[in-house]
Every structure is written in C-alpha cells, then in structure tokens.
Ligand binder design. Structure first.
Ligand code: S3P
Length: 177
C-alpha cells in the first residue's frame, strides 16, 4: 500500500483530509486538479469554459498518470475522475489503494455552497444546483463503489481527526492483510 488515492464527490474534503493524511504518514501529497492547472497554465474553470469537459478529462487522466509516479504518496483525484474506466486501469496497474471519502448529501450540498469555482455546477440557481448534485451522486455512485475502502466523514470531527482515523484504519488493514 504505497499510493493511497482519495476519490469522492466534490466537497467531501478530499484535498484537506488528503493533505492531513499525507502529513501523518510523512508522504508527499498530490492533487490532480492542481496538476491539471499547472499543466494547462489556466484555472480549471477557464479550461472548462475555453476547451470543454473532454479536454479537461484528457488532462486529468494525464495528471493521474503523473501523480502515480510519486511513490509513496497520498493523491486526491477530482470528483469525476473515477467515472473514466481508463483512470481505473492506471490505478489498478500500480495497485493503488483507493479510498472513497463519503459524506452525507446535506453536507456535500452545504460545502459546495455557491459553487463559483465548480464549473459543472456554475450558473445554476440553488434548487437546480442541489438537484444536479443529487443526480450526479446517483450516477457516480457505482464508480465510487469500486474503491478498496469507503470512509465516511461528517461534521462531527475535523479534517485532521478524520485523517488520523483514516491513517489508523489503513494501518490496521495493512497489519491484517
Ligand atoms: C469535478 C470535480 C472537481 C474538478 C472539476 C470536475 C467533477 O474536483 O476536478 O471541476 O467532475 O466532479 P473536486 O472534486 O476536487 O472539487
């Protein structure tokens, strides 16, 4: 278990829990959204606007391949990455340990807020945005279920505390593997 990859819907806290987990393990933390922005030289929202989602998905797959060369590491993927079968091929090839970070839908809706920086939800009023989140979660669920571990979070603990619990679950799984 030397690459731990966090997947899950927008707003579940992949980046914040992931970077705290990486700190606990003393491993590097990589975020594929950041790699895409570095490679493209523009923010993801601009990339969606100017070049469209397929161009983003292509860069996202490239970013995953780049991130997976860092071993060991904790890597956070964008919320839509697990819907692409080819991304799972990359993850399986290096036997990454994939964690689905999950949270109640109300928390996701609340955290996504006005969604200004989230291109797939931009320009929608609150009701339509919430409905779209529920639809997207339903469609993506089977992709998230392909993870090795589903890890629930909510607002009863801080990201640091979730990271500590996840690190301990991973340690336990490693010891019993
Ligand atoms: C997306 C999620 C975003 C980002 C892009 C598309 C998605 O990442 O990759 O806006 O399809 O769910 P986060 O999950 O980190 O917000």
């Amino acid at each position: 278990m030397s690459c731990v990859v966090l997947i899950g819907f927008m707003g579940v806290g992949k980046s914040v829990v992931g970077s705290a987990l990486a700190g606990k393990l003393s491993w590097p933390f990589l975020d594929t959204d950041e790699i895409v922005e570095e490679q493209a030289g523009i923010p993801i929202s601009t990339l969606f606007e100017e070049r469209g989602e397929p161009a983003f998905r292509k860069l996202e797959s490239e970013a995953i391949a780049i991130a997976l060369t860092e071993d060991p590491s904790v890597i956070s993927l964008g919320g839509g990455a697990p819907t692409q079968a080819s991304n799972w091929d990359l993850l399986r090839k290096i036997q990454a340990f994939v964690v689905w970070l999950d949270a109640p839908v109300e928390i996701i809706v609340d955290r996504i807020g006005t969604a200004g920086s989230r291109p797939l939800l931009a320009g929608l009023d609150q009701e339509s945005r919430n409905a779209k989140i529920v639809d997207m979660l339903a469609v993506r669920r089977s992709s998230y279920e392909m993870a090795n571990l589903r890890f629930f979070t909510d607002n009863t603990a801080s990201p640091m505390e979730w990271a500590a619990r996840l690190a301990s679950d991973l340690e336990h799984l490693k010891a019993t593997a």
